[in-house]
Design a binder for this molecule. Structure first.
Ligand code: ATP
Length: 293
């Protein structure tokens, strides 16, 4: 039995993000097409004698119980009364508080790693139900690929996808709180709902244009109004690519392009125009959230 495991945890983007209703309990009923992309953190898990130790090469990420890795590990340690402890080293590449599910994907990787290292034999569905206790995006970050998420985002249906999409991911140097965005969201202000059914058809049939023409994110109504610099960035990316779309609750903006070469060209152009503290990455869609290395 091995006592070390090395995983790659991919970021997520939303091809569509629609809010259908606000619930009595304050949560929102959503309908979203979620997609794994190859912008990833690398996590190394090692069994140790006791405790949960976290080391991350990023100053904004906590290493105590506020880290979702800690919460994921603790959840399985206490439920199964596991002996020993775990040390987790994170090479953080996914921008933080960016709308790319960086924390959620780390939590997902932790559930997968502990299941493997302690031979718990939990099924995918059993891991997903535990993931939902940690955050609404964690189930997707376990299931990965292309999924339709409904309810509060935790009910998943795998979508058939024959499409490989290339994109430029641009993360401005500011943080946007997801909770703030949902609090200020007003359904009656949305004019541009995504055409979810058309995007699903485009994915199934491998028709990139049908996908890209119909992606949309209703949370743009909040973030683009409260952060003019994000609105300006989106307009510029719209000029350089086939389609610009805000990621999750922002402030990251995605630019969809036809291929890797165009993505690299757009990246070079934006690097010339934007301040050096903007993070610009070329990425493509992938079929898994977590990969074993
Ligand atoms: P989502 O799209 O799921 O809302 P996000 O990409 O907007 O997430 P995260 O990168 O998950 O946001 O970070 C949000 C906050 O969570 C950070 O400011 C950080 O303090 C905290 N956090 C806790 N654990 C982690 C982790 N493992 N990686 C990154 N941030 C974490």
């Amino acid at each position: 039995m091995s006592n070390k495991l090395d995983l790659t945890a991919n970021a997520k983007i939303n091809l569509t993000l629609d809010v259908l209703a606000k619930r009595e309990d304050g949560y929102h009923e959503v309908e979203m097409i979620m997609q794994s992309v190859n912008l990833a953190d690398r996590l190394t898990f090692t069994k140790i004698d006791k405790g949960i130790e976290i080391e991350v090469n990023h100053p904004q990420v906590p290493t105590d119980q506020n880290n979702l890795i800690y919460q994921a590990a603790q959840l399985l340690f206490s439920e199964f009364d596991l002996s020993g402890g775990v040390r987790v080293e994170v090479d953080k590449r996914i921008p933080v508080a960016a709308g790319l599910a960086g924390g959620s994907t780390n939590a997902a990787a932790t559930l997968v790693a502990i299941n493997q290292l302690w031979e718990l034999n939990l099924s995918l569905a059993e891991l997903i139900s535990r993931g939902a206790k940690l955050g609404a995006d964690v189930p997707f970050c376990i299931a990965g690929g292309t999924q339709l998420a409904t309810g509060i985002g935790t009910e998943l249906e795998k979508l058939v996808s024959d499409s490989e999409l290339y994109l430029v991911i641009v993360n401005p140097p500011l943080e946007v709180s997801t909770a703030m965005v949902y609090q200020n969201f007003k359904l009656n202000q949305v004019t541009n709902h995504p055409q979810t059914a058309k995007v699903i058809a485009g994915l199934r049939e491998g028709k990139t244009e049908l996908i890209v023409d119909n992606v949309a994110n209703v949370l743009e109504t909040v973030t683009l109004n409260s952060h003019p610099e994000v609105a300006k960035l989106k307009s510029r990316i719209e000029e350089l690519t086939d389609k610009a779309l805000m990621a999750g609750s922002g402030p990251t903006v995605l630019g969809f392009v036809v291929d890797q070469a165009q993505a690299e060209q757009v990246k070079v152009k934006l690097e010339e125009e934007l301040a050096t503290d903007y993070k610009i990455v070329v990425a493509k869609t992938v079929k898994q959230a977590i990969q074993f290395n």
